[in-house]
Write a protein of this length. Structure first.
Length: 319
């Protein structure tokens, strides 16, 4: 199969028929073999009903419905697991991503040999305050921490080789940083393509300030995972050892100085427990021990397999 189009969605019943017709027109005109995977992330409108109707008239349409809203990352994760196409295209369901970009994205993966092509919405039609400015901040921070020179990490329109989607684990809000996850997994042929961005035709954006905060927290997480995800002891063990050593030698110094004053200089001194620096040294030793144990526990967790499902599927179509 040439192409799998993975479309995560939440309450987009008004746009699904139009999006389907547009995708089919593009892939059929280019004679691609294809499948269209709609991942309903717990919609409360008629989105699933529309997907069922599309599936009944076209066996290329497949669907998954979550029991509730788990998030875009979990929807993409579910789509990636079942995608069969040599090239996997992801796009949003709100008609802001243009299916006309599919042929060029497909050629960049199959003919140019790229692992991942990320769309770059150079000219945007979003609200500058609600989405445009936060996106610029995210992208700047992601470039600095990842080393990838992409302008639009969060663009929903991306193309992947099948090998990439089978080797990245997308969870939390990590859909923003899939290129970084791919790079960490060893896929280095990553580039971007300027794509057309269209104003939202139906409904309202799902973007909120909570995603602004979560995005930065996930950026810190992905930075840590890329640097120390496979060796947490290298960070926590080092910090713990240094802090314990500083606290231990500080405590020794305080004790030695007390003994010198008492037995050599015969100077009356307070009890060692009355010295505030003693408690600072003790606290430093305790924190250092906790850091060291955190690294040790992290190493143990890495050696255990994570089997817990990130989402619950209530319905499937043609799967």
């Amino acid at each position: 199969m040439n192409i799998s189009v993975v479309i995560p969605l939440l309450n987009e019943d008004e746009s699904l028929n139009e999006l389907y017709d547009w995708i089919v027109r593009v892939v059929q005109s280019n004679r691609y073999s294809y499948e269209i995977l709609f991942i309903d992330d717990g919609s409360t409108d008629n989105s699933w009903k529309v997907i069922q109707e599309l599936s009944e008239k076209d066996r290329h349409v497949k669907g998954i419905k979550f029991q509730t809203n788990y998030g875009k990352s979990q929807a993409l994760n579910a789509g990636f697991k079942i995608a069969q196409g040599n090239v996997v295209i992801t796009m949003d369901a709100d008609l802001q991503d243009s299916p006309d970009e599919i042929p060029e994205l497909y050629d960049l993966i199959t003919k140019e040999g790229f692992d991942l092509i990320s769309g770059w919405k150079k000219k945007r039609f979003d609200s500058k305050i609600r989405k445009n400015i936060p996106s610029k901040l995210f992208n700047w921070a992601a470039r600095k921490t990842s080393g990838l020179k992409l302008h639009d990490f969060n663009c929903g329109l991306k193309a992947y080789s099948n090998e990439v989607v089978k080797n990245v684990d997308v969870y939390g809000e990590m859909h923003r940083y899939i290129p970084v996850l791919a790079k960490n997994a060893g896929f280095n042929k990553i580039d971007e393509k300027v794509v057309q961005h269209q104003a939202r035709k139906y409904g309202e954006t799902k973007f909120g300030m909570d995603r602004f905060i979560n995005g930065f927290l996930d950026l810190i997480t992905i930075w840590f995972l890329s640097k120390f995800g496979k060796r947490p002891m290298h960070l926590f063990g080092l910090l713990g050892s240094l802090m314990f050593a500083v606290g231990f030698f500080s405590a020794v110094y305080i004790g030695v100085m007390k003994l010198l004053r008492l037995f050599v200089f015969h100077t009356p001194t307070k009890l060692i427990t009355e010295n505030p620096w003693f408690y600072i040294a003790l606290t430093t030793m305790v924190i250092g021990t906790l850091f060291f144990l955190s690294g040790f526990i992290g190493e143990l967790i890495l050696r255990s397999k994570r089997d817990e499902s990130l989402y619950k599927i209530s319905k499937k179509l043609h799967l």
